[in-house]
Design a protein around this ligand. Structure first.
Ligand SMILES: *Cc1c(COP(=O)(O)O)cnc(C)c1O
Length: 450
């Protein structure tokens, strides 16, 4: 299995051919799920004592398994948050896989860590974080938020004089992503929700009002969201930063989806205040054109994070006692893929200006969608978009109408747009993060709602 022989050579060629063909398709097929029974019938037992052989397994993947997965990079995939990696980032993912890189420590992965840190520095600069800022690429926003909150609680515990509070608490809006409540559950701390303002934003004033009601004891972090997943709403980060400063608590910004907007001059000012955060996350696998799985976690002062996260063991002393930058010191997890490298390679290839332009392009299409929705008499825009998420209703439709419409579009291999809810009402939403999504795609989808 470990010899590079003629069969390996043939398999390598086939894998590369498949990859390049997938990248060349324009557009890729949307595809869609099949039932377990259908897959069992089509594939049978795939793992056998003697093996199928690489070419047969690849054939099985390309003819049966891949078509049973929706292509998240299809230009009319507008559900949840799509993923639209650049060609360069996807290709480099292959290189990362082929290079047996260990991304956890400087000793083992200095070159990879150096490059990942350059990509992190670009994000830190976009947020106007100070020179000493730093962090690590983790699998996703969920792990990023959890790691930041663990660092925040560690800092609060260390600074605290006197006995522990009865409960540790995190404050955030009820529009915060489900991963915040999940992180609180994992940490066994309370998540206290703060009412949002008339524009759906969390504000410093509302945080202070909630603190008056529940008390500040045990509160160790306030979470602001820069781009809520359902609506793309950016909280009032500047007033949140002010409130956190007054209270002396950690300010974390969850910009998993919206953070790419930092690179877009037309909306950059909506993020003002992020420069005062103690930590923030951005998922390049969402709106920064990197393949799964990639979340950038940045700390203003990495030393506090390091104190919280460094794992100590005799066999690790050679790493932890060195003064080097070890990515594993800044998040949950020890062994890590150098998952920031596809983003780094693409940034190094294309330069940062191309990124700003690509994010602006998606914003342009989102604004176009908002205008079209406003102009069509059967459609109503729920809210002027802050970012590239557009939420709207089809007047007169019941939840079942939305469901059947959505299923039909997917079945036809035409588009993937699922319903969502707002204040208990079923509506639908476009999340536009793919620069290949065009005005014509928007028109064509809206035409199916007549
Ligand atoms: C997607 C998202 C997350 C979770 O990120 P994963 O990468 O899916 O774990 C957290 N917060 C926000 C605002 C998100 O949009």
């Amino acid at each position: 299995m470990h010899d590079y022989d003629a069969a390996t050579q043939a398999l390598g060629q086939a894998v590369l051919d498949y990859t390049l063909q997938r990248l060349r398709m324009e557009p890729v097929p949307l595809d869609g799920p099949r039932t377990l029974a259908e897959l069992e019938q089509a594939c049978g037992a795939t793992i056998t004592a003697n093996g199928l052989g690489g070419l047969a397994a690849l054939e099985l993947f390309s003819t049966q398994l891949a078509p049973a997965c929706i292509s998240t990079d299809h230009p009319r995939y507008l559900s949840f948050i799509p993923c639209a990696p650049t060609e360069a980032s996807t290709l480099f993912d292959l290189v990362v896989g082929a290079s047996a890189l260990y991304g956890g420590s400087w000793l083992e992965g200095a070159g990879a860590v150096y490059a990942e840190n350059a990509a992190l520095r670009w994000l830190a600069d976009l947020a106007a974080f100070p020179e000493g800022a730093g962090g690590v690429f983790v699998p996703g926003g969920t792990v990023g938020n959890l790691s930041a909150l663990v660092a925040a609680r560690h800092a609060a515990r260390t600074q605290r004089v006197g006995p522990a509070p009865s409960r540790w608490k995190v404050l955030g809006s009820n529009q915060a992503h489900s991963s915040i409540a999940s992180a609180c559950e994992v940490m066994d701390v309370d998540f206290v929700t703060v009412p949002f303002d008339e524009r759906g934003r969390l504000t410093g004033a509302n945080v202070l009002r909630t603190i008056e009601a529940v008390g500040v004891d045990g509160v160790f972090a306030v979470v602001g969201t820069a781009g809520t997943t359902n609506f793309g709403i950016i909280d009032d980060l500047a007033s949140l930063a002010g409130a956190c400063q007054r209270l002396g608590v950690w300010f974390h910004v969850d910009a998993a989806y919206g953070g790419a907007g930092l690179a877009a001059p037309t909306i950059r000012e909506r993020f003002d205040g992020i420069e005062r955060a103690d930590s923030f996350i951005v998922d390049p696998h969402k709106w920064l054109f990197a393949p799964f799985d990639c979340c950038a976690l940045l700390y203003r002062d990495p030393q506090t994070a390091r104190a919280a996260h460094t794992q100590r063991a005799a066999y690790l002393d050679v790493l932890t006692q060195a003064p080097d930058w070890n990515p594993a010191d800044y998040a949950i997890g020890l062994t890590r893929r150098a998952r920031g490298l596809p983003l780094w390679f693409s940034l190094a290839t294309h330069g940062t200006r191309a990124y700003s332009e690509a994010v602006e392009r998606t914003l342009e299409v989102a604004r176009y969608a908002a205008v079209q929705i406003r102009q069509r008499c059967d459609l109503e825009l729920l809210r002027e978009p802050d970012t590239s998420v557009v939420v709207f209703r089809r007047v007169g439709w019941t939840p079942q109408h939305y469901q059947l419409w959505s299923e039909r579009l997917l079945r036809q291999g035409f588009a993937f747009v699922v319903p969502t809810t707002h204040d208990g009402e079923t509506v639908t939403r476009f999340a536009i993060v793919n620069p290949r999504t065009s005005e014509a795609d928007i028109d064509d989808i809206l035409d199916t709602m007549l």
